[in-house]
Design a protein around this ligand. Structure first.
Ligand SMILES: Cc1cc2nc3c(=O)[nH]c(=O)nc-3n(C[C@H](O)[C@H](O)[C@H](O)COP(=O)(O)OP(=O)(O)OC[C@H]3O[C@@H](n4cnc5c(N)ncnc54)[C@H](O)[C@@H]3O)c2cc1C
Ligand SMILES: *[C@@H]1O[C@H](CO)[C@@H](O)[C@H](O)[C@H]1NC(C)=O
Ligand SMILES: *[C@@H]1O[C@H](CO)[C@@H](O)[C@H](O)[C@H]1NC(C)=O
Ligand SMILES: *[C@@H]1O[C@H](CO)[C@@H](O)[C@H](O)[C@H]1NC(C)=O
Length: 511
């Protein structure tokens, strides 16, 4: 391991930095000659991804705070993340050759005596979920072990148990945050409540969360029912209609449904799949899965289920991602589009997207790992909280979410990227049409967003909310140090623009 502790190295790293700038001469910076460079700078998506000139890997909160203060002083842009960070909004790609603040030394997950859990800023789901499970507790968590808890939570935080417990951020009790100047503050209902409000939904904008504490619930025991199914193409009407009925009847809080389109590279066509997870109740889960069983001959919109796999999993297994191998692979190229959609689930649009998916991958076979997910959870727990409970802007408007993900690897002249974006955007626009989505405007969850949505679609159309967010940005991040992730504008005119600039660099004179 070669820690850069001399100002000579640091000076080659960031040319304008003077030798006397090294704080105490002992901040842990690494350059690309570091043997662990590649694994530390890997990204889940290598497309429009941030790149790094150096890695700053603090070991303590004090070191992290000192480092941020130092970077601010010398006007050096940075991004707080971890190895294999999953963030993929393309504004991250505006951050080129920045310093990576590597949070890998902050992965602790500790149960407290009041059953709350405290986790470090670099924790991934794989750190959080087994700790909860061992303690006989649960909360809303993501489905894949490799995803960073904070990247997820700061945008709201969706997961399979959100029907019961709401968003991950709804369970946040307090956070410890290092601001742009290194000052460490608490954010909770009682201390800095304005920051606490903003962290939960627009939280990538204000500082580095060093650790955070959440309410948890007792694990009532019993395994989680999981069913994976595959259908024939001509089952699409039947499956979509059944799905719509279940959603419109109101989902059970313990139920999480995913209707998916995957690609069958051998057959050169899309595959229609369905995943049903029912928390703690095999019987009830099986009943839901049964609604997608093959239908009798002569049914108007028949379902033919060609594969059906059931299992029962404990809380840790459920979050292990083993059901979908390869999801955690790093350095592939991905572009995502999203819309809160199909409360109406119009079958014509669903079919058109299925077909356009097939055409896209047939033309670009290397994109055969692309996937569409239509996720649904009961909204009552999320919607029970007042609309202005937190900066998460979509209460009452996100029972189902469409995630459109194009994934590819080789792409010498950018042709696949161009096709992927054209297809993804087209699919999103179709699903977001009022007559398909049931909403007159686009509502998009920031964590699955791209770059072309208006900021209002991510953070709310209400002007009062926008003023509140911009005021928070001015107060806590006045120089735009945290502008990588669909940044909030520092003045109100920024809400008008279709895309915020997301520029990381302030000029030296501004500070
Ligand atoms: C395979 C996969 C599964 C997913 N599953 C879910 C899911 O179940 N639920 C869901 O809601 N979303 C999910 N997402 C979307 C996810 O919320 C975003 O991709 C998110 O940005 C990932 O966060 P990260 O910490 O891994 O990424 P990173 O790239 O490390 O971070 C993303 C952004 O968050 C900031 N950030 C990260 N940590 C901190 C911190 N401690 N303090 C301050 N800022 C920080 C970074 O600076 C960056 O701007 C998933 C995405 C993928 C690719
Ligand atoms: C949960 O499942 C995993 C994987 O099968 C197993 O290793 C673990 O012991 C289980 N945990 C409990 C508490 O049963
Ligand atoms: C699927 O895509 C991978 C690259 O992502 C490629 O190597 C493979 O050949 C593709 N399979 C088919 C059948 O086209
Ligand atoms: C650090 O920045 C915050 C937010 O902009 C500000 O409130 C605070 O006063 C600053 N701290 C110091 C020591 O200047």
């Amino acid at each position: 391991m070669r820690s850069i502790r001399s100002c000579l190295c640091l000076a080659t790293l960031i040319a304008q930095v003077a030798c006397d700038a090294v704080v105490d001469g002992k901040l842990s910076f690494y350059t690309s000659s570091w043997e662990n460079w590649d694994e530390n700078t890997a990204r889940w998506s290598a497309y429009e991804a941030p790149t790094f000139s150096a890695v700053f890997k603090p070991e303590t909160e004090a070191e992290l705070s000192q480092g941020i203060e130092y970077l601010a002083k010398y006007n050096i842009p940075y991004l707080a993340t971890k190895p294999g960070g999953h963030g993929n909004v393309p504004t991250l790609g505006n951050y080129q050759n920045v310093v990576q603040i590597n949070l890998d030394n902050f992965r602790h997950a500790v149960m407290n005596s009041d059953h709350s859990i405290t986790i470090g800023g670099g924790a991934k789901m794989v750190d959080l979920i087994p700790t909860l499970h061992r303690a006989g507790r649960e909360m809303t968590v993501g489905s894949f072990p490799c995803v960073g808890v904070h990247g997820v939570m700061l945008g709201g935080g969706m997961g399979r148990l959100m029907g019961r417990y709401g968003l991950i951020s709804d369970a946040l009790l307090q956070a410890k945050v290092a601001l742009w100047n290194g000052t460490i503050v608490e954010a909770s209902e009682k201390v800095n409540p304005d920051l606490f409000w903003g962290l939960r939904g627009a939280g990538h904008n204000f500082g580095v969360v060093l650790e955070s504490t959440y309410k948890t619930w007792p694990d009532e025991g019993g395994l989680h029912y999981n069913a994976d199914m595959v259908f024939t193409d001509d089952s699409l009407d039947g499956v979509v209609n059944t799905y719509r009925e279940i959603v419109q009847d109101g989902l059970d809080p313990s139920l999480f449904l995913i209707l998916g389109y995957m690609y069958d590279a051998d057959a050169k066509k899309p595959l229609l799949i369905m995943n049903v997870v029912y928390a703690h109740n095999e019987e009830k889960g099986r009943r839901v899965a049964g609604r997608f069983a093959s239908s009798p001959k002569g049914t108007a919109e028949p379902i033919t289920r060609i594969s059906f796999k059931e299992s029962n999993m404990n809380f840790s297994e459920l979050g292990s991602g083993k059901a979908v191998p390869g999801v955690c692979d790093v350095n592939l190229k991905n572009t995502l589009y999203t819309a809160s959609t199909p409360s109406l689930f119009e079958t014509g649009a669903m079919k058109a997207v299925y077909e356009s998916f097939g055409s896209f991958v047939r033309a670009h076979p290397g994109a055969n790992r692309s996937i569409l997910l239509f996720e649904a959870a009961d909204g009552k727990a999320v919607d029970a909280l007042p609309h202005d409970y937190s900066a998460y802007a979509h209460r009452g408007m996100m029972t189902t979410n469409a995630i459109i993900q194009a994934t590819w690897d080789e792409d010498e002249d950018g042709i696949v990227a161009e096709a992927a974006n054209a297809w993804g955007k087209g699919a999103r626009d179709l699903l977001a049409k009022p007559e398909v989505s049931g909403y007159d405007k686009l509502h998009a969850y920031v964590n699955y967003a791209n770059r072309d949505e208006p900021l209002a679609a991510l953070y709310g159309y209400d002007e009062k909310r926008q003023r509140r967010l911009t005021a928070l940005k001015q107060k806590y991040d006045p120089h735009g140090c945290f502008n990588a992730y669909r940044p909030l504008p520092l003045d109100m005119s920024g809400w008008e623009l279709p895309t915020a600039s997301g520029a990381p660099q302030r000029t030296r004179d501004e500070l």
